[in-house]
Design a protein around this ligand. Structure first.
Ligand SMILES: O=C[C@H](O)[C@H](O)[C@H](O)COP(=O)(O)O
Length: 224
């Protein structure tokens, strides 16, 4: 069973005619975007706002009309994946390096739907190392400040070189062990000069669509 396909396609059902839709990044929301492409071809009228260059290319390929984020007055709905989700619906995101644009777009969205296969659902965040986007200037100094918060921070590397985000920044993958109280960490991290954004999404998800132990799609309303 392809859980990513199940949850990704389920989320596409929330998209209605006339909506401005935030399009997330990654291998789960990939299926949402594919499905939306099919629906657009069948007459659905939406405008997408992509959270990464990768998603922009995919959306163009499947025929979803796009608009630049800076021109958005509102986003009716954003749909995105996650690397981890805890029982309070707090998330770690950024495994694909898109956390900054993802957070900006989710923040503007009236509704934020997360699509996550069952492996992403955890008791406590932190087994997945927290991605933190930092500017290149003085990155080793920023790294030391971040490590003082109680983690080991490793510079993300791709093809033997530091990984560079769509925004021209570096990523540190930070191992804090269990993150039992994500909100203060999210705030403290962003107080460090040189940190652009971190991958903790606290209290942002409105729905999480996942797969339960019986193999059924579970559509959780995070607002009670
Ligand atoms: O930067 C990437 C994003 O936060 C992704 O949404 C996240 O890494 C989940 O991706 P996937 O659906 O491929 O596991």
């Amino acid at each position: 069973m392809n859980e990513k396909l199940l949850v990704g396609e389920k989320a596409a059902e929330y998209v209605k005619d006339g909506m401005v839709v935030g399009l997330g990044t990654g291998s789960t929301v990939y299926y949402t975007i594919q499905k939306l492409g099919e629906r657009v071809a069948a007459g659905l009228s939406i405008v997408g706002i992509p959270t990464s260059i990768q998603t922009e290319e995919l959306a163009k390929k499947v025929g979803i009309p796009l608009m630049p984020f800076e021109e958005a007055e509102t986003i009716h709905l954003a749909i995105d994946g996650a690397d981890e989700a805890d029982p309070e619906s707090n998330l770690i995101k950024g495994g694909g390096g898109a956390l900054l644009r993802e957070k900006m777009i989710a923040y503007l969205a009236k509704q934020f739907i997360v699509v996550a296969d069952s492996k992403k659902m955890v008791e406590t965040l932190g087994a997945f190392k927290l991605p933190v986007e930092i500017i290149q200037f003085g990155y080793k100094v920023t790294q030391r400040h971040i490590e003082k918060l109680g983690c080991t921070a490793i510079l993300r590397v791709k093809d033997g070189k530091p990984y560079v985000t769509d925004n021209g920044n570096y990523i540190l993958d930070c191992d804090f062990g269990d993150i039992k109280d994500p909100q203060p960490l999210e705030l403290k991290m962003n107080m460090i000069p040189g940190v652009v954004e971190n991958g903790l999404f606290v209290g942002m998800a409105d729905r999480i669509i996942t797969v339960n132990q019986n193999g059924d799609v579970e559509d959780q309303n995070c607002r009670g």
